[in-house]
Design a protein around this ligand. Structure first.
Ligand code: ME8
Length: 659
């Protein structure tokens, strides 16, 4: 048996009452990222997710569509498992509360608590919120509505079993005090203390008689076990608690208590009050940490089917791949806080961070290696101060990434990695390998190219917990055939990429997107005629700042920085057939030659253009003009009806950035 330290982490087990949305995908992505990181750091990780299949809500939903509850949930669970497979979720166990291994143990737990007097039979009178499956007293309601979701509540009066919660409160308070990291973030702890524990915890009704879709109380089968007792127990039933199988009991002993239960803020109460108390009553150790994040919101508030603002993760994975969605969720939402999902923000992250920064780094480096070094990793020669500084920056960035990940600051961790990505792009611009090649300085060129490639290897190592498809895709392109140099602790070791390796340049990892087109199509797909982010986009446009004198509209410096302008030389030009306005140009952009179609045929002959130094808009979406591909646009000034090329000094190297 392995001697590695164990690490047990869970997501909430989700209600299969509907398809899951990006809020659920966020929780699961966060949990998966932690699990993958811990595995890379040498832990024996066990990662649980699953579905919470009982309760009145599910029963009502199934009835509404004329299905038996089991048949109803089976269909949805299949979709959930497919979603997690597509999102690359590396769970070790998926528990369904309708499974026998769970059902039988929940019955044992209930009977034990009944026998030892922690549960007793009484009468319940109060309020019940079905969507939240929560009980409330008169004074807990907010304006007569559920204080959690704001929905309607039903008056309930029935015989019920109760859990003597109050008996355990002093021990729970002591646990909070002795384990200051138990609830993260701390603000949630204050909320629990002030709203629930200090005012006095009432006994909890833990059985229902008004519906039967649940686990029956064995000694009194008119009652079904309260769905939250059922659901929370899954964290231990899945490990093998009270199992008849000795191997499973051993597994339970090895992994319990859980290291981290991940969830959003609305169910912290169940995990920090009821769950620890149930565990105390069972004489089991308490979980080490409850990690609560915020909500993924839409501009018009929480996602809900009735508002028509639910974002289906499958749609985004179909279009952009699962790593793009994972990156966006982890980078965009500061962990612990609410984050608003907008298509505009998604497009920015995909186009700038992924296409321009990371995708472009890999693509251009491998293209240069093919062009300048025959596609073979060269030997690193003499490192200069520039490389030494870069290696130090990687070292610092790796430390920063680890520190942020250890504190669940996913966005900060990615910022750390992107410091390396951006530095690598700048390093290429500064060292200008195309100029070294032109000057025949092969020795320096080898060092520069080697440095760039080994840095890409480092980046790929760090990306593993966040983007599990991208890391191996980079390894394949780098021609790496073994896993030797991909271990986490190899991220800040420079020089591991083997000279002589033949690279296998492939497709661009993250192609650039046409933002307007994407937003238009996504709105179409997601809104289905209901309240949609598109309308908000139009509203936002109206609220834009009024133009000022002499300027048609204002942009921010961020808007300007989105345009990638580069110096290039026209090396060939010809007319485009049957198009009297168009010329086909070949431009030397330093590290490659690019084809651009330009509408200047009326003002320039092809011959007059060859040798001109022009300014290229390098990150324009490619288009076909009269069947000819155009990868960018050259700048021209309009003087009356005429177009005059914007040219630049011959001293400026091709590829230089104009900013
Ligand atoms: O509560 N933003 O299940 P559930 C972020 N079955 N996270 C979100 C979210 C959003 N907009 N919407 C949902 C239940 N989540 C119980 C749990 S555990 C023993 C039983 C995530 O399907 C978040 O993790 O309503 C939240 O806590 C959970 O889904 C609620 O899932």
């Amino acid at each position: 048996m392995t001697t590695k330290p164990t690490f047990y982490i869970t997501t909430p087990i989700y209600y299969p009452s509907d398809k899951l949305h990006i809020g659920h995908a966020y929780s699961t992505t966060v949990t998966d990222t932690i699990a993958r990181y811990k595995r890379l750091r040498g832990f024996d990780v066990r990662f649980l997710t699953g579905t919470d299949e009982h309760g009145q809500k599910i029963q009502k939903k199934a009835q509404a569509v004329g299905k038996d509850p089991q048949e109803f949930v089976d269909g949805i669970v299949q979709g959930i498992k497919a979603l997690w497979a597509r999102l690359n979720v590396s769970y070790d166990d998926f528990i369904r509360t309708t499974e026998k291994r769970h059902h039988d143990v929940v019955q044992k737990i209930f009977e034990r608590l009944l026998q030892q007097g922690d549960i007793y039979l009484g009468e319940y009178e109060g309020w019940y919120c079905t969507p939240c499956e929560s009980y409330w007293t008169d004074h807990q309601l907010k304006d007569g509505k559920c204080p959690d979701c704001g929905g309607d509540v039903d008056r309930v009066r029935e015989n019920s079993y109760f859990f003597r919660m109050s008996k355990y409160v002093p021990r729970l308070l002591k646990y909070y005090e002795e384990h200051p990291d138990f609830i993260v973030p701390e603000s949630r702890k204050t909320e629990m203390l002030n709203n629930f524990l200090l005012p006095g915890l009432e006994d909890l009704s833990v059985s229902r008689m008004t519906f039967d879709w649940g686990i029956k109380v064995p000694s009194d089968p008119k009652h079904v076990v309260y769905v939250w007792i059922d659901a929370l127990s899954s964290y231990i039933t899945s490990l093998g608690y009270l199992s008849d199988d000795p191997a499973l009991r051993e597994q339970f002993a090895r992994f319990w208590p859980a290291d981290v239960h991940v969830m959003a803020k609305e169910i912290v109460r169940f995990h920090t009050i009821y769950w620890p108390i149930i565990l105390m009553a069972l004489d089991l150790p308490l979980p080490k940490q409850i990690l609560a994040h915020g909500w993924v919101l839409m501009k018009d508030g929480k996602m809900s089917k009735s508002k028509g603002n639910v974002v289906d993760p499958n749609v985004l994975i179909d279009r952009y791949g699962s790593d793009a969605l994972r990156y966006f969720l982890l980078r965009e939402i500061p962990f612990g806080q609410d984050g608003v999902f907008t298509l505009e923000a998604l497009m920015e992250r995909l186009n700038f961070d992924l296409a321009n920064d990371l995708g472009n780094l890999v693509q251009r480096s491998l293209a240069m290696l093919e062009r300048f070094c025959g596609g073979v990793v060269p030997k690193q020669r003499l490192l200069t101060e520039l490389e030494e500084e870069f290696i130090q920056l990687i070292h610092d960035a790796v430390k920063e990434t680890e520190d942020k990940l250890d504190h669940y600051e996913f966005s900060g961790a990615l910022v750390g990695i992107w410091k390396i990505v951006r530095r690598a792009n700048r390093y290429i611009d500064e060292t200008a390998p195309w100029a070294l090649h032109k000057a025949g300085n092969q020795e320096r060129l080898d060092t520069v190219m080697y440095t760039v490639l080994d840095v890409i290897r480092s980046i790929s190592v760090l990306l593993q917990p966040f983007m599990p498809d991208t890391a191996p895709a980079i390894w394949r392109q780098l021609g790496m055939t073994t896993n030797d140099d991909t271990a986490w602790d190899k991220a800040d070791v420079f020089g591991l990429l083997k000279a002589g390796t033949v690279i296998a340049k492939g497709e661009s990892l993250f192609p650039r997107l046409d933002v307007e087109k994407e937003i238009g199509e996504l709105n179409e797909m997601m809104s289905q005629g209901q309240a949609s982010p598109k309308r908000e986009l139009e509203k936002d446009k109206k609220a834009a700042v009024e133009p000022v004198q002499g300027v048609t509209s204002l942009i921010s410096i961020d808007d300007f920085s989105k345009v990638e302008l580069r110096v290039a030389t026209v090396v060939a030009a010809s007319r485009v057939e049957k198009a009297d306005k168009l010329l086909k140009l070949q431009l030397d952009v330093g590290d490659h030659v690019r084809q651009v179609v330009s509408g200047i045929a009326k003002f320039y002959t092809p011959e007059a253009l060859v040798g001109q130094k022009v300014v290229l808009v390098a990150n324009l979406q490619p288009v076909k003009l009269r069947g000819v591909e155009s990868h960018g646009m050259i700048l021209a000034a309009s003087i009356g009806d005429e177009l005059v090329l914007v040219t630049v000094s011959a001293e400026i190297a091709n590829g230089a950035k104009v900013k």
